[in-house]
Design a protein around this ligand. Structure first.
Ligand code: BTN
Length: 241
């Protein structure tokens, strides 16, 4: 089922309300504009017209730890779609960003509703900067670090074709994840992960760690080789290259 609205506060909120009303697995809600789009860690997500703002309701029969890897499923699908549909060389950044030439083009916000270890539903929200120029449509504070398909290609793309390409890829990667587990998804995700092998800064709350990002473990954790030679795994955090 695919639902479309001209304007909502946040497609993730819309999807969560729909999930509680028992919409089927795989329901997609899309909005032309979000008035209160949300990013990770309670941040604001600017969602002007021209972007692809949607959320999917999923009901996988897996445990919470596995479901937390859905951010890799979604960012891999977007990276594949950007390559195939736009000819753009996408990069993934742990845990849930897609970049082009080091600038953020897409963010994923996955929200899990669970009872104990078991997942009731997951809402996976995808925000892809598409048919607008960042300088004209987004606020000053993100202009240096964000990009869009229009900025990268110098032209707009067909909105529906883009949406269905991304959804098609998402369906494919999700199918592999559900049927075969996360190994292949993580392996392919890492092929886009240009930050691996480089020095990064990881911020967790107010703590800052600097080291070489050596791997993403099978759990989805970021593995960092710290300057003192020790190895630390991160389940949450913000990475700066
Ligand atoms: C991030 O990078 O911090 C995540 C951004 C996620 C944005 C998308 S847009 C569609 C969906 N609805 C929201 O309110 N957020 C996600």
């Amino acid at each position: 089922m695919l639902l479309f609205s001209r304007s909502v506060s946040s497609t993730n909120e819309w999807a969560k309300r729909s999930a509680l009303r028992k919409v089927p697995d795989g329901t997609v809600v899309v909005a032309e504009v979000q008035t209160a789009g949300r990013g990770r860690l309670g941040r604001e997500w600017f969602s002007p017209k021209g972007g692809l703002w949607f959320s999917v309701v999923l009901r996988p029969k897996i445990e919470v730890a596995e479901a937390s890897k859905l951010v890799f499923v979604a960012s891999l699908a977007v990276a594949d779609a950007l390559g195939e549909f736009c000819g753009l060389r996408a990069e993934t950044k742990w845990p849930n960003d897609v970049l082009v030439k080091g600038k953020k083009i897409c963010g994923i916000l996955a929200e899990i509703n669970s009872s104990g270890k078991n997942v009731n539903y997951v809402v996976v929200g995808v925000g892809l900067n598409a048919n607008f120029k960042v300088k004209e449509a987004l606020p000053k504070e993100v202009v240096e670090t964000a990009t869009s398909i229009e900025d990268e290609l110098g032209r707009q793309v067909d909105y529906n074709d883009l949406l269905f390409t991304v959804l098609g890829k998402l369906g494919k990667v999700y199918g592999v994840f559900i049927n075969e587990g996360s190994d292949d998804v993580l392996k392919r995700w890492k092929e886009y992960a240009v930050f691996l092998g480089h020095e990064v800064t990881v911020k967790v709350d107010s703590e800052i760690f600097v080291g070489i990002a050596s791997d993403v473990a099978s759990s989805g954790a970021l593995v960092l080789q710290l300057e003192d030679g020790s190895v630390k795994e991160f389940r949450v955090g913000d990475v700066t290259l």
